[in-house]
Design a protein around this ligand. Structure first.
Ligand code: GTP
Ligand code: MG
Length: 263
């Protein structure tokens, strides 16, 4: 199976990112701490590779802290919870430490940083946190930001919010399931029951304690436990999948990282 998921606005965004690169001093590549590898878009590295690029992992509050520590040990990156105000100073320090102040002084203008990443990782939330106001629209599903938007953070820093993009063809089946489980691919693209079954199998292997309340760790067990009952009293597995994924995305199953390999 491979997902062809590159709607028109993503192609337009790719062009917009390329054209905006000459205006910026650096790029924040925002990934999801639950998917430190799978949420890094190879296409974005291709586009922005020649600019100073800072890797930030958002949603660290939802990820397995031990796994996050391992990923951070691999190189220069910052993991944060963007819903926590204390992340603001950490982010500002990280950006400042990564950019070359010479350029800014020479042109006597604020630093300009572009924020890129796959859909729903928190790009607009990051910008709102730094700006300390709700300048960019955010939402808990992919595809909220539709066009580029410059936002003034301070007299010294401006940021370009961009719509999330995926890469045209996701070949690896487990990467597709991971992205879908984390809410980075629209729920209509893959059958939710398949995504939920993949998640249940992963959890049974890696985080079995999170399934204790679901008998047998099956989707049927989830339907029974969460009361997903359809007409005539039969189990509604689509509803069960939706409820399971909602709980996973909100962190109600615990702190879980879906990418395991650290090489
Ligand atoms: N728990 C948690 N939720 C977060 C964090 N960062 C963002 N979110 C939530 O993730 C969802 C998506 O946030 P957005 O800022 O709209 O994501 P985006 O990357 O701009 O998404 P697109 O514009 O669709 O590409 C929202 O519901 C945010 O509240 C975080 O660090 N932790
Ligand atoms: Mg956005």
């Amino acid at each position: 199976m491979s997902i062809h998921w590159f709607p028109g606005h993503m192609a337009k965004t790719r062009k917009m990112i390329s054209e905006s690169l000459k205006l910026v001093d650096g790029v924040i590549n925002l990934a999801d701490a639950r998917l430190p590898a799978s949420s890094q878009n190879p296409l974005l590295y291709e586009l922005t590779g020649h600019k100073p690029t800072m890797l930030v992992l958002a949603k660290a509050d939802l990820a397995d802290p031990e796994k996050t520590r391992q990923w951070l040990g691999r190189g220069d990156a910052l993991a944060v919870c963007l819903r926590d105000n204390r992340s603001k100073q950490q982010l500002l320090n990280f950006v400042q430490g990564s950019l070359d102040g010479k350029l800014r002084k020479r042109f006597k203008r604020p630093w300009r940083v572009m924020v890129v990443g796959i859909p729903n990782v928190g790009k607009s939330t990051l910008i709102n946190l730094l700006a300390a106001r709700r300048s960019a629209k955010v939402g808990d599903r992919p595809g909220i930001t539709r066009t580029g938007q410059w936002i003034k953070i301070s007299g010294e820093l401006e940021m370009l919010d961009t719509p999330g993009i995926l890469w045209p063809k996701i070949g690896d089946k487990s990467v597709s399931y991971k992205l879908a489980a984390a809410g980075c691919i629209r729920d209509e693209v893959l059958p939710l029951a398949d995504v939920a079954k993949w998640l249940l199998q992963f959890l049974a292997e890696e985080y079995p304690h999170t399934l204790a309340r679901f008998e047998r760790g099956t989707l049927e067990g989830v339907a029974e436990a969460l009361g997903a009952i359809g007409k005539g009293g039969s189990l509604d597995l689509d509803k069960a999948a939706e409820l399971l994924l909602r709980d996973f995305r909100a962190g109600r199953l615990g702190r879980i990282t879906l990418d395991l390999e650290v090489d």
